[in-house]
Design a protein around this ligand. Structure first.
Ligand SMILES: [Zn+2]
Length: 228
């Protein structure tokens, strides 16, 4: 037991400290203090690196510079606002087009970049042999509570996005509502995308979670970890 505790203390405190002080050299993707690089596939440290972007606009810009995301930074809202926004961006496009621009917290924007590169496009190439050209979404920021509860939704801080479907380069449309229940290539693609999303976003909920999600994937960067 004592040996286990010692190992735990080493893992949680000593190793990150040694890396931070540069006593121990590790590649950037295994260095918790190195800025997030969206070109590298997510790993165990990614949730921590995404979380660090929350209150650090400079670190956020550094991370987003490693992705094709096109965005404008938004001014922080007044403290009196019902659903104040801090360190938020308006995402206009990425390596693909969006059905419309959306507001995102920095961690959500960076996670979207990871998702596009490491889950969405590889799944489209594998199943259809072509990339996704457009993501159809139902919005991100909405000053509201979770439906059927008193708790604030992650949407209230632009920390969540609802993805409804995709359009491939040849114009073919894939819809969560229509194609999730099927058995064909579209359904296989959607399942792969939903599973892949779990590596980038903290929470990914789809039609199997409940009826409220029958027509979209809800992804968010809240404190929970869920993949359903
Ligand atoms: Zn949602």
């Amino acid at each position: 037991m004592r040996r286990f505790l010692l190992l735990l203390v080493l893992a949680v405190f000593a190793v990150p400290l040694a890396i931070q002080q540069k006593w121990l050299a590790v590649p950037p993707r295994w260095d918790p203090w190195a800025p997030l690089d969206i070109r590298l596939a997510p790993n165990l440290l990614t949730p921590f690196k995404l979380w660090r972007l929350q209150d650090d606009p400079a670190l956020c810009r550094q991370a987003l510079a490693t992705s094709p995301l096109r965005y404008t930074a938004l001014a922080d809202s007044a403290p009196a606002a019902d659903c104040p926004l801090q360190n938020s961006l308006r995402i206009q496009a990425s390596g693909l087009r969006l059905s419309s621009s959306f507001i995102a917290s920095c961690p959500l924007a960076a996670a979207f970049g990871l998702f596009e590169r490491h889950a969405l496009q590889p799944a489209a190439q594998e199943v259809f042999g072509q990339p996704v050209a457009l993501v159809e979404h139902l919005g991100s920021f909405a000053c509201r509570t979770i439906s059927g509860s008193q708790r604030r939704s992650q949407h209230a801080s632009a920390n969540a996005l609802d993805i409804a479907g995709f359009r491939l380069r040849d114009g073919r449309r894939i819809s969560v509502l229509r194609d999730w229940p099927g058995e064909g290539a579209e359904a296989r693609f959607l399942r792969q995308v939903q599973q892949g999303a779990c590596d980038s976003f903290n929470v990914t909920l789809g039609p199997d979670y409940n009826a409220a999600h029958r027509d979209h994937f809800h992804v968010d960067m809240g404190l929970l970890r869920m993949c359903r």
